[in-house]
Design a protein around this ligand. Structure first.
Ligand code: HPA
Ligand code: ZN
Length: 348
């Protein structure tokens, strides 16, 4: 069996994917036409080209928005939030999610826990009910028609206020059957996760799982990881999204291990801006330390169409991982995912 046969056949779980980061240029174009939204591009081809070129030329241009580490996150986020403008009606959210679930089925992804950014929609005047209804309908159809099961994680934007997070949390509570977990994403610069402690404490008390991004190479990332691992929601989050810089600090490795905390890594999201050696030696280090790392895609539409299969192939090549170790990555995903036990059993 070739390595690509092996990867294709592997039943997969994806635990770090922003549904809005799967918006393809073709769907965006179609929804923009339907909703009479004027895009900054004259044709679908020009829109598609904008997805491909944003990182290629970024470092060479003057006047780009860079964070102190020179990373392109705010630039990426502008693009990502810009894409959301075409999502207006219930069926737009349904179509967005179904396009992803269909792609997931083609990759043999059997279960996933995608994020959605509720504030990215409510701040544009889209009602919570519209978002929830479209996502829930897609979730149900994906399970019955595509055999892709899922649970949604609702993220807060950390560059918005903690008050806004709480307001959106309360507005979403009537739809609590739609999501099972709360996360934290967006621009981390000078936005420690501790700012959002009230809403995470509340969500945990209300029975939700909690998780947070600590993206790679961000300012104060070691402190942010420490907070998420040891204190978020009172006793530490239930999972850590990214957090690869933990590999640089033995005490963080130890803290993650002592809580048997799972990590959702997205190799291409780091590899597109950092050296192969740094990224994959640190992925390997966490794996060898016995931490339950998983491999995921983050925002594949905006990250060169690198979906979970391509991210797994990248990790397999550069870590490098044997087929046995690749199976261990999937076992990690089964172990750290929040599907019910009966469903988890079907993976064993
Ligand atoms: N980083 C931070 N926030 C995000 C991302 C990301 O890659 N994608 C969507 N929200
Ligand atoms: Zn992410």
């Amino acid at each position: 069996m070739t390595s690509s046969d092996f990867l294709q056949r592997l039943p997969k779980i994806e635990l770090h994917l922003h549904i809005e980061g799967t918006l393809s240029p073709s769907l965006r174009w179609r929804l923009a036409q339907k909703n009479n939204i004027k895009l900054a591009y004259d044709s679908e081809e020009a829109l598609a080209a904008s997805y491909k070129t944003m990182y290629n030329h970024r470092k060479k241009k003057d006047g780009d928005i860079l964070d102190p580490n020179g990373t392109p996150i705010p630039v990426f986020l502008d693009m990502y939030y810009g894409g959301m403008e075409c999502l207006i009606t219930e069926s737009d959210f349904y179509d967005l999610a179904m396009e992803y679930f269909t792609k997931a089925a083609s990759m043999n992804v059997r279960y996933c826990e995608p994020f959605f950014d509720i504030q990215g929609h409510t701040r544009r005047g889209v009602p919570v009910a519209t978002v929830m209804s479209g996502l829930q309908r897609a979730r149900e159809d994906a399970a019955t028609k595509l055999n892709v099961k899922s649970n949604w994680t609702m993220c807060f934007l950390r560059d918005m206020s903690p008050e806004s997070a709480m307001e959106n949390y309360e507005a979403a509570l009537p739809y609590r059957a739609v999501f099972h977990a709360i996360g934290l994403d967006s621009d981390e610069y000078d936005r420690p996760p501790s700012l959002f402690e009230d809403v995470f404490l509340r969500a945990r008390k209300d029975g939700f799982k909690i998780t947070s991004h600590c993206d790679v190479g961000q300012k104060d990332t070691h402190e942010h990881i420490h907070h998420v691992v040891t204190s978020m929601g009172g006793t530490g989050a239930d999972r850590l999204d990214h957090g690869l810089n933990a590999a640089e600090r033995p005490e963080l490795i130890e803290a993650i291990k002592s809580r048997d905390l799972g990590m959702t890594l997205c190799p291409h999201a780091y590899h597109r801006r950092l050296s192969t050696e740094w990224v994959f030696s640190n992925v390997r280090k966490l794996f060898d330390a016995g931490i339950k790392i998983t491999v995921n895609s983050d925002d594949p539409a905006y990250m060169h169409d690198m979906w979970v299969s391509e991210n797994l192939a990248l990790a397999q090549e550069h870590c490098p991982f044997t087929e046995k170790e690749m199976l261990q990555l999937q076992r990690n995903a089964v172990s750290i995912c929040w599907a019910d036990d009966a469903f988890k059993e079907t993976f064993r």
